[in-house]
Design a protein around this ligand. Structure first.
Ligand code: GBH
Length: 438
């Protein structure tokens, strides 16, 4: 069965940040620091999904999706990062999973979508190797409770983005600005993936995946130095995360002046390269780079993708980039590539209901139509794609942009929490009903 789904993440939708014993996450801290999130927005209430999850499951059932990718809030389960387990936190996901199963929707749970317990950040966060072991403990606890009903587990969401925005540039929590010194945060997340994958399986998890956001990398010209820049960017964005997981080794980092991955120890790569049941891919857009004007610390610079429409976020809309990405993964990894799940794809639009109450998001319909066709094209070229999840079910807390970017199939009026399915929701329902596959 091809999985048609929607995707969300705990801090972006749940709210209820101080309820039922939830501990603080790095995003609670970051969002409450003045100037970090646009307009001072926080996830304190978000979509109030913690209280409205049942209504949200009903919306998915009516949409006709057969799967739902959500993330578990680590600090709801382990408020101080380790030690005492918060039963009420487990209870929330227990009810959600039961609700999904009753609606015939396959739960796909992500363990870490960026909301690390603040208590673990206080011990060094992902710069501390121990956080990987803490993740394995957390994985075992949730799997022991939920793996009887959750068949699909995703360890990490986009470790590249978390390293770059959270640790290198500081535009996301925990807000560190370490540039290339952030690389251990990548290695420790990957180690956390490997150890968590083992713990998940030991506690009955069926399918284990990791989700990497990947981008086709285009050189700004055919000049030798631009081609080298493109290769270096591909190493940093894509291969640094796919190679160790699928091949058990890191790519050559010499373009970054490194002869090995910092923080790597003997045995780590074997732990990271656990057999996987699938690779999750989040795709938003391609990236175009050129050689840096001033030789600085990075061997590339952004050249911008031009000549394509853009989303409200300013991101280029290039549906064929998804076909290029998927077929490129197959060409690069061959037999080592497990089945692929597109675990996120979607776009932001400035959606508001018209006088008739209708949110007529034609741009999103065109976006989804084009990208679903790109998945079909990749499948026709031999890539084993097993699922497609739209980001997102609901408009939600878009990290540093707060509530200013809307990615939902369902509009959320934050003042009242009223949910209004957009035109794209109705379009997708008909698309799914008409054809079982892309
Ligand atoms: C995902 O990250 C996250 O998993 C999810 O939580 C989030 O809400 C969603 O996407 C939407 O943002 O500068 O034009 O080259 C996506 C990571 C990073 C993808 C920035 C697009 C740059 C576009 N994104 N990236 S551009």
């Amino acid at each position: 069965m091809f999985l048609w789904g929607t995707a969300t993440a705990s801090y972006q939708i749940e709210g209820a940040v101080a309820e039922d014993g939830r501990g603080r996450s790095v995003w609670d801290t970051f969002a409450h620091e003045p100037g970090k999130v646009k307009d001072g927005h926080t996830g304190d209430v978000a979509c109030d999904h913690y209280h409205r999850w049942s209504e949200d499951v009903t919306l998915m059932a009516a949409l006709g999706v057969n799967s739902y990718r959500f993330s578990i809030s680590w600090p709801r389960i382990l408020p101080s990062g380790h030690g005492a387990v918060n039963e009420a936190g487990l209870g929330f996901y227990d009810r959600l999973v039961d609700g999904l199963c009753a609606a015939g929707i396959v739960p796909a749970a992500t363990l870490f979508h960026w909301d690390l317990p603040q208590a673990l950040e206080d011990e060094g966060g992902w710069l501390n190797r121990d956080t990987a072991s803490r993740m394995a403990e957390y994985a075992g606890i949730v799997a022991a409770r939920l793996a009887d009903r959750v068949p699909i587990w995703i360890t990490l969401n986009e470790p590249f983005i978390h390293m770059v925005f959270g640790y290198a540039l500081g535009t996301h929590a925990p807000g560190r600005t370490m540039f290339l010194d952030a690389l251990p945060a990548a290695h420790h997340q990957l180690l956390g993936h490997g150890l968590a994958a083992q713990a998940l399986r030991a506690h009955g998890a069926g399918q284990v995946l990791v989700t990497n956001n990947c981008t086709p990398v285009w050189a700004a010209s055919g000049a030798e130095e631009d081609l080298r820049a493109a290769e270096a960017y591909d190493v940093l964005h894509n291969r640094l995360f796919n190679d160790p997981v699928l091949l058990g080794r890191y790519p050559d980092l010499s373009a970054f002046g490194l002869d090995a991955m910092p923080a790597l120890r003997d045995g780590d790569l074997a732990a990271i390269a656990q057999p996987l049941d699938g690779l999750g891919i989040n795709y938003y857009n391609p990236t175009r780079v050129r050689a840096p004007g001033d030789p600085g610390i990075l061997p590339f610079e952004d050249a911008g993708v031009t000549g394509h429409p853009t989303t409200a976020f300013g991101w280029p809309v290039v549906p064929d980039g998804l076909r290029e990405l998927l077929t490129g993964l197959k060409a690069r990894y061959g037999e080592a590539l497990p089945p692929v799940y597109v675990t996120e794809n979607g776009c932001s639009q400035a959606d508001e209901p018209g006088p008739d109450g209708v949110v007529d998001d034609q741009g999103r319909i065109a976006f989804l139509d084009g990208h679903i066709a790109a998945v079909a094209a990749a499948m026709a070229e031999g890539v084993d794609v097993r699922g497609y999840f739209v980001w997102s079910l609901l408009d939600n807390f878009e990290w540093a942009e707060g509530y200013n970017q809307r990615f939902g199939l369902v509009h959320v009026d934050y003042a009242t929490q009223r949910r209004t399915p957009k035109a794209s929701y109705h379009w997708l329902r008909e698309r799914i009903a008409a054809r079982a596959t892309p």
